[in-house]
Write a protein that binds this ligand. Structure first.
Ligand code: UGA
Ligand code: MN
Length: 410
């Protein structure tokens, strides 16, 4: 009796287990479909790529699948070129009339000024004597944007034969950004390349990917097949030597990036002049555990993979981009003196909220002072906000005492 009851119980419980497994399997498939359905309903959804992306989550990915998984162009991904200038209008900083007499700091461009003068005014389409560097900078509107662009632009002003592709994470062309880009005189292209909304909503959004994809698209659309591609984020710090190091990249060059992760550096491991591994505190099963700023790719080599692209997958952008170009360990050229020098730093700018400045008087009156222009300028850049009713009251200080702004107009 007891054993009969046990076997009934066993039969019942095994039936229960089967039922539970069935429910899980059904839920799994249902959930997967729901996710795909939900995302493809989004009006701005780049359907093909996302469906492929979701499928790729299941693992089983081969190198050859990249073309299918990450098509170069998303369904509604357009190339929006805002402004372009192919001519080098740079004026050299620190130009001197007579040759320098004293020993100069080797970091300034003064020393080489005479040698560089004839070369700096060529066009990007002309017969460049050296390979062109296509320096791709993703950027996005936030209050630090223009300050970052000025800092980076002034670094790039020192680099001959460089075309700056600035891809802005917006759907409209920013006049403010363009106003500043033009000033440098560097040949440039300003793109508008918004991150698809579906990714922006994610907790871990893939930053700068839509931008870099747009830049790849520009390179291909314009048939650029010689020179070198480098992804330089707007907040990083680049030592000038980096540019001469990467310029003659044959396939893919790599070098250390400072200020990355828990080792404070991400670098290839080099022995006897060859890259044999990687040193990076976030392995994450990546084949190529490198930072975006840690490699450059020659356009000749990139052209061999016309479908290579960067997936919208936070943390894996570098790895999968390098996989998509079919990189092999023996193709990597270590730079920066066999990866012993740090020529690029992953600096990050602390972001803080834009303050609201309260100005209750007629703001137009402020145009009679410098304050009108200064405050308006910062407002256009998103650095501050001006309100009539809230925020920190704007006041002046005259001979040590605080006065209301109206003081100037009374
Ligand atoms: C790190 C890597 O250095 C990036 O190359 C990589 O894209 C990023 O992680 C990632 O995997 O998401 P990190 O300093 O953490 O970069 O990120 P940010 O500097 O905030 O963003 C990277 C680039 O994307 C910057 O040039 C930034 O201007 C741009 N970005 C950022 C956008 O275009 N849109 C955004 O919403 C945020
Ligand atoms: Mn950054």
């Amino acid at each position: 009796m007891a054993s009969a009851r046990t076997s009934v119980f066993r039969r019942k419980s095994s039936g229960f287990i089967v039922l539970i497994i069935f429910v899980f399997v059904t839920l799994f498939f249902f959930y997967d479909k729901e996710e795909i359905k939900h995302e493809s309903e989004h009006p701005n959804a780049p359907n093909v790529a996302r469906l492929e992306l979701l499928r790729s989550k299941k693992g089983s990915r081969h190198k050859d699948d990249f073309e299918k998984e990450y098509p170069l162009l998303l369904v509604n991904e357009q190339l929006v070129i805002c402004f372009e200038n192919g001519t080098d209008y740079r004026k050299l900083p620190y130009i001197t009339e007579s040759p320098p007499t004293t020993e100069q700091d080797p970091l300034t461009t003064q020393r080489n000024i005479r040698r560089l003068l004839p070369t700096l005014h060529r066009t990007t389409t002309g017969d460049a004597a050296e390979p062109m560097i296509y320096f791709v900078t993703p950027t996005y509107p936030r209050r630090e944007q223009i300050a970052e662009i000025i800092r980076l632009g002034q670094t790039l002003m020192h680099v001959p034969y460089l075309h700056w592709i600035v891809a802005d994470d917006t759907d409209t062309c920013s006049q403010t950004l363009n106003h500043h880009l033009k000033k440098f005189g560097i040949p440039y292209t300003q793109l508008a390349s918004p991150m698809p909304e579906v990714y922006r909503a994610r907790k871990n959004a893939p930053r700068g990917v839509a931008n870099r994809r747009a830049a790849l698209n520009w390179i291909r659309t314009n048939g650029k097949k010689s020179g070198v591609l480098y992804f330089g984020d707007d907040d990083n710090t680049f030592e000038l030597k980096l540019f001469s190091e990467i310029r003659y990249t044959k396939k893919v060059s790599m070098f250390p990036v400072g200020l990355i992760g828990d080792y404070a550096v991400s670098t290839p491991i080099v022995r006897n002049g060859r890259v044999e591994g990687f040193f990076d505190s976030w392995p994450a099963k990546r084949k190529w555990p490198v930072d975006m700023a840690g490699f450059a790719v020659s356009l000749e080599y990139l052209a061999l993979s016309p479908n290579a692209t960067m997936p919208f997958r936070a943390g894996y952008e570098e790895d999968e981009f390098l996989k998509s170009i079919g990189l092999k360990l023996q193709d990597i050229e270590p730079k920066a003196n066999n990866c012993t020098e740090i020529l690029v730093w992953h600096t990050q700018t602390k972001s803080s909220k834009a303050p609201t400045v309260r100005i209750s008087m007629d703001r137009q009156k402020l145009d009679r002072l410098n304050l009108g222009t200064v405050l308006k300028q910062l407002e256009t850049m998103g650095v501050n906000r001006i309100s009539e009713t809230e925020g920190t009251t704007a006041q002046a200080i005259v001979e040590g005492s605080v006065k209301p702004l109206s003081y100037w107009f009374s």
